[in-house]
Design a protein around this ligand. Structure first.
Ligand code: FDA
Length: 421
């Protein structure tokens, strides 16, 4: 029965990270705010994030850690709402936190504390949170503002903030609704694809790696393209390349490759391209091999490599490495010249692999692409062609690296819209 009829200053569609931040901020400014979501609970992705501890921000947040067709767009919002701003909220609520690694901040306790921070903040700001609502249509009203037709009635609002996230994890209610809504208002939407996602290998490659399932090791990984260290700047202070290299862990799985290094690279990887892995990123392999040859020339290459790499990986690679160096597998180190060592180092430190695909939206942490930022105001997130209509969070074409960057974008973009709407 459609009975509820209400007018608000601001309607937010989507009670996720970005929508709740926008609603809380607008509510704190005295706006009458309603939040509509089809889910039964708010902030479900926050709840499951960071292994249940929510990696809620990253201290190293900078525009270079975000992918977008319009790389300058994110600068304004990220500067106006920083990791320290969110941390201040976390501390004000007495939530204990710690830095895990690489600037990544996690709750000591549970990700639910971050959900409560937002729901309590909204309640204190008088925000009306309505869950379990199916949105049927969204239209512009002749008299100004927007009408949202819901399963239980119509809501009207002067401003509408769309915060419905991306397509990742459809099982959790991800719908791509925001993209369709943007298009229905004439806004351009850039092609979407899964990001921060494990990469898959073809059956032949998998058969070759079958003994390695469960093996993890630190690597330096990059998607094809000119290499540059993640975050590294050139002499002129400009970012060297759009496809950075990531020094993190990699994991062999039943389907292919995973672990933080692979998830990071997946956002830059395109179907049909190779990825390059340095399997010994912090080792001067030539120096190591030469020293081993001097000290114990009768040992085999595999024995030396097993000291540097996980044993199963060293065993699996040794026939290919010996072949690359033009040696028999059982050859002694003393039989290797420097050129043969260099051939071994080239394979191990520039290991090239062509993934068959990715695990897709089923397991992707984020969706790349989305509402084209060139159609939005970077200070407010408002659509330039549709006054009063805002897009925030993951549905916008701004996607962060793994490590708390995506929540920071949700907070920053949500805050910007909440300040303006
Ligand atoms: P979000 O997806 O959070 O919210 C969208 C909301 O809109 C949902 O409540 C949904 O129900 C609602 N909605 C969708 N369609 C609708 C419709 N048609 N009608 C009504 N409501 C609708 N990031 C990070 O920085 N640190 C981390 O630790 C993690 N960990 C992590 C783990 C896993 C498993 C995943 C899948 C993702 C992460 N992320 C992450 C990414 C992070 O969760 C993501 O970037 C943010 O949740 C995006 O926030 P949004 O508010 O934009 O979308």
């Amino acid at each position: 029965m459609k009975s509820v009829r209400d007018h608000f200053d601001v309607a937010v569609i989507g009670a996720g990270a970005a929508g709740m931040m926008a609603a809380m901020t607008a509510g704190q400014r005295g706006r009458r705010v309603v939040v509509l979501d089809h889910a039964r609970a708010p902030g479900e992705k926050i709840r499951i994030s960071g292994g249940g501890r929510c990696n809620f921000t990253n201290l190293h947040t900078a525009p270079a850690a975000f992918l977008s067709a319009n790389p300058h767009f994110a600068k304004s919002a990220l500067a106006r709402y920083t990791p320290r701003d969110f941390l201040a909220l976390v501390e004000a609520r007495g939530i204990a936190w710690h830095e895990k690694t690489l600037g990544q901040l996690f709750c000591d306790g549970s990700a639910r504390q971050i959900v409560s921070l937002l729901t309590d903040g909204m309640a204190e700001a008088g925000v009306d949170l309505r869950l379990g609502r199916t949105i049927e249509t969204v239209t512009r009203r002749e008299e100004g503002g927007f009408a949202v037709e819901c399963s239980d009635g119509r809501v009207t609002a002067t401003a509408l903030i769309v915060a419905t996230g991306g397509k990742s994890i459809p099982k959790m209610g991800a719908t791509g609704f925001g993209y369709r809504l943007a298009e229905s208002f004439g806004l351009p939407v850039l092609e979407t694809r899964p990001g921060l996602v494990p990469l898959t290998l073809d059956p032949q490659q998998l058969a070759g790696f079958s003994d390695l399932v469960g093996v993890a090791l630190p690597v330096r990984a990059l998607a094809q393209g000119e290499p540059s260290e993640a975050g590294e700047k050139s002499d002129t202070g400009r970012k060297k390349d759009k496809r950075p290299a990531f020094r993190e862990a990699m994991l062999f799985t039943h389907r292919g490759l995973s672990g933080p290094a692979i998830l990071q690279v997946s956002s830059y990887w395109r179907e049909g391209e190779a990825i390059t892995l340095d399997l010994l990123p912090d080792t001067d392999l030539m120096a190591h091999l030469k020293a081993a040859r001097r000290q114990a020339g009768r040992q085999q290459l595999r024995t030396v490599l097993a000291e540097l790499l996980p044993k199963r990986l060293a065993q699996m690679l040794s026939p290919a490495l010996a072949a690359a160096a033009g040696r028999a597998e059982e050859a002694m180190l003393a039989d290797y010249g420097d050129a043969a060592f260099a051939a071994v180092a080239r394979v191990l430190q520039g290991f090239s692999l062509k993934p068959a695909g990715s695990e897709g939206y089923r397991t992707a942490e984020v969706t790349l692409g989305g509402v084209d930022t060139r159609a939005l105001n970077s200070r407010t997130m408002e659509a330039q062609a549709v006054p009063g209509l805002y897009f925030v969070g993951e549905c916008v074409d701004v996607t962060g690296w793994l490590g708390g960057y995506n929540f920071q974008w949700a907070w920053a973009s949500g805050f910007s819209a909440g300040q303006a709407a």
